[in-house]
Design a binder for this molecule. Structure first.
Ligand code: HEC
Length: 139
């Protein structure tokens, strides 16, 4: 989680700017704290939505639309695509490993080569995917 937190700093700072402006506007109505909370959440939500779009174009075939590892191309790979809703997997897997596997493929982190690399994705896109995968926990 630490890695993502650091990478997201510009986003959070931008969000903070919005929050501060909204806070000023909302001051007279006496609700700046509530407005600040909403600003921060929507930045994270924007990232999650970006990740979801990427997931729906290049991951769902194996991992399934809901990330449960049951996509139409999930069988015959020699390894089962990961079920991202599994709380145990979520807990045991650090962000750094998720990012590495997405970008460099399963083999780069001692997992199956059936998980393909996505070398063309930018760091920001990999972060968005990571946020989306985290949002699937326990679904
Ligand atoms: C061709 C099928 C396929 C596609 C497409 C695919 N994956 Fe995978 N993925 C797998 C398989 C199979 C595994 C399990 C590897 C293993 O168990 O060794 C896996 C595992 C993973 C893991 C778990 C790594 C770990 O340490 O547990 C992550 C994260 C992941 N995939 C993310 C993605 C993302 C994000 C995408 C889309 C950008 C994607 N995958 C696209 C097949 C696929």
């Amino acid at each position: 989680m630490l890695g993502v937190t650091i990478r997201l700093q510009p986003v959070w700072l931008a969000g903070l700017g919005v929050v501060l402006r909204l806070g000023n506007l909302a001051w007279s109505s006496n609700a700046p704290a509530q407005t600040a909370g909403q600003g921060a959440v929507s930045d994270q939500e924007a990232l999650r939505l970006q990740g979801e779009k990427l997931f729906e174009t290049r991951c769902f075939v194996c991992h399934g639309r809901e990330g449960k590892g049951d996509g139409p191309a999930a069988t015959g790979l020699g390894a089962n695509p990961r079920n991202f809703t599994d709380p145990q997997w979520q807990q045991a897997t650090p962000d750094a490993k998720i990012r590495k596997v997405i970008k460099q493929g399963g083999q780069s982190a001692g997992e199956s080569g059936a998980m393909p690399p996505n070398a063309d994705l930018s760091d920001a896109q990999v972060d968005a995917l990571t946020v989306f995968l985290r949002s699937l926990k326990g679904l």
